[in-house]
Design a protein around this ligand. Structure first.
Ligand code: FAD
Length: 444
């Protein structure tokens, strides 16, 4: 069977692309190595992608989640696309729950942050929550099925070949031909895409990498900020290295989770609607760019992740801030002295300075001390630090305004494209790819 468009990955980018295309009458297949929303167990793979098991914090501002200029979108165009994505989530059952809307509170927090030498990125957010987002994605999935989108789940695409008049997707028991391909395999498939793209003659560029830790602390400390913006974004410029460190993906009363990759483990976090903890967590990430002669940020990030996984005995490393500062490992006994209990069950008490580069560790400690001025108590001895947390959106493809690569008909979208870092922006890039296909085929 030949399809108009084959989409690799059923994350937000793939689902929104499929919706746009099927509405215009295209014959679409979506292939994902994970399962449907009800059956999937994996945090990263399956219909809904990484977002299905996430906290479902939708960042509804062009300032968070990607770089509009890199994909040729004006802030106005982007605002309109973000609105469409938000409306679709509402249609599929997302609750009417926003934060970051009260201008005077945002301004006061901005001032307080500025006084501490911290940049606060204000923006509107909708919070769906972990248990609800599964339902929302399930509704989305069944709507796409009802409209005629074909899904091939539990199937990994191994290779993509360029044919004279389209593409051939190959995998275990899979042979699918399509005129056009949208590759949206997310962070989990970014490395795979890089190899596929190289074989197709589409060279990725190396983008920056974010390396750091997940920080967990008593939930009460974050409450004054949570009332202003649920997932507040702060940026700190550190004094020793002049590096940019940012907070990302805050989960009030949430959980720290482990992500399994083929060769290493990483940490992440989420919050659930009906199961709350005593702790709040966020990622604290150091922005890294490499220059000639070593520009391969993906390899660098993977090398760090593998080292951290080795030193953690196959599990994330957990350390109290006090032990990190004193240059000694955390032991189970020292962790018991912390005023909070870790929400992650599988970890190795250890020494993060054995796993992450010295520069990253220094940046993290300095950033925590600065952030302590707006979240008093954050840099206390008992604050828990988990490593490694690494964001692999470091391979970036040169694309036109419709996410088409230099190879006509081969599109990239979502986090694996290097142009998004979150649910909403990933969805936007999927829509852009689909609209370009509609435009070039006269279906706009
Ligand atoms: C625990 C966690 C919490 C998060 N919380 C938030 C949040 O609150 N708000 C937010 O905006 N973002 C959050 N994120 C990030 C967000 O989920 C991602 O940015 C977003 O899902 C990216 O969408 P995507 O479509 O690019 O890819 P993904 O959602 O990663 O989906 C990619 C899909 O491709 C499939 N795939 C990969 N390779 C192949 C292959 N070779 N063959 C077949 N299928 C393949 C995978 O199985 C996966 O289902 C979170 C992520 C995690 C892991």
């Amino acid at each position: 069977m030949r399809y108009d468009v084959a989409i690799v990955g059923a994350g937000p980018a793939g689902l929104f692309a499929a919706l746009e295309l099927v509405e215009a009458g295209f014959k679409v297949i979506v292939v994902d190595k994970g399962l449907d929303p009800q059956r999937r167990k994996s945090i990263t793979c399956g219909v809904g992608g990484a977002g299905t098991f996430s906290d479902g914090k939708l960042n509804l501002t062009p300032r968070i989640g990607g770089d509009p200029a890199a994909i040729g979108c004006s802030p106005g165009e982007l605002e309109a696309l973000i609105k469409e994505v938000d409306e679709a989530f509402t249609r599929y059952g997302a609750p009417e729950r926003y934060s970051g809307e009260r201008d005077e509170d945002l301004a006061a927090l901005k001032k307080k942050a500025a006084e501490a030498g911290i940049e606060f990125i204000a923006g509107r957010q909708r919070h769906i929550g972990t248990s609800r987002i599964r339902e929302v994605i399930d509704n989305f999935y069944h709507d796409l099925l009802a409209r005629g989108v074909e899904f091939r789940l539990g199937t990994k695409v191994e290779a993509i070949e360029h044919l004279p008049n389209g593409f051939l997707l190959k995998g275990n028991g899979l042979e699918v031909e399509a005129h056009r391909v949208i590759a949206a395999p997310g962070r989990v498939g970014a490395y795979w895409l890089r190899e596929v793209a190289r074989r197709l003659g589409v060279g990725p560029e190396f983008g920056p990498l974010d390396v750091g830790v997940r920080v967990e602390f008593p939930a009460e400390l974050y409450e004054p900020i949570e009332r202003v913006m649920y997932d507040a974004k702060f940026r700190v410029r550190t004094s020793t290295y002049d590096d940019m460190v940012r907070t990302f993906c805050t989960n009030p009363r949430g959980f720290v989770v482990k992500e399994d990759y083929e060769e290493f483990v990483l940490v992440n976090g989420h919050a659930e609607n009906d199961k709350k903890t005593e702790n709040t967590n966020f990622a604290l990430l150091v922005h890294i760019e490499l220059t000639d002669p070593v520009e391969d940020t993906t390899e660098y990030g993977r090398a760090i992740a593998k080292l951290a996984t080795t030193i953690g005995g196959g599990r994330p490393i957990l350390q109290r801030l006090k032990d990190l500062k004193k240059g000694r490992r955390s032991t189970p006994e020292r962790l018991r002295r912390a005023p909070i209990q870790p929400t992650l069950e599988e970890y190795t008490p250890g020494d993060i300075s054995m796993a992450l580069p010295h520069r990253v560790v220094m940046d993290i400690v300095e950033a925590l001390e600065r952030l302590d001025r707006i979240i008093p108590g954050l840099a206390a001895d008992g604050t828990l630090i988990y490593a490694p947390e690494i964001k692999f959106y470091d391979t970036r493809y040169r694309v036109n305004k419709g996410m088409e690569t230099e190879l006509p008909g081969f599109y990239v979208a979502g986090d694996a494209s290097g142009h998004s870092r979150g649910i909403v922006f990933a969805a936007v890039t999927g829509i852009l790819a689909a609209r370009h296909i509609k435009a070039v085929t006269g279906n706009a």
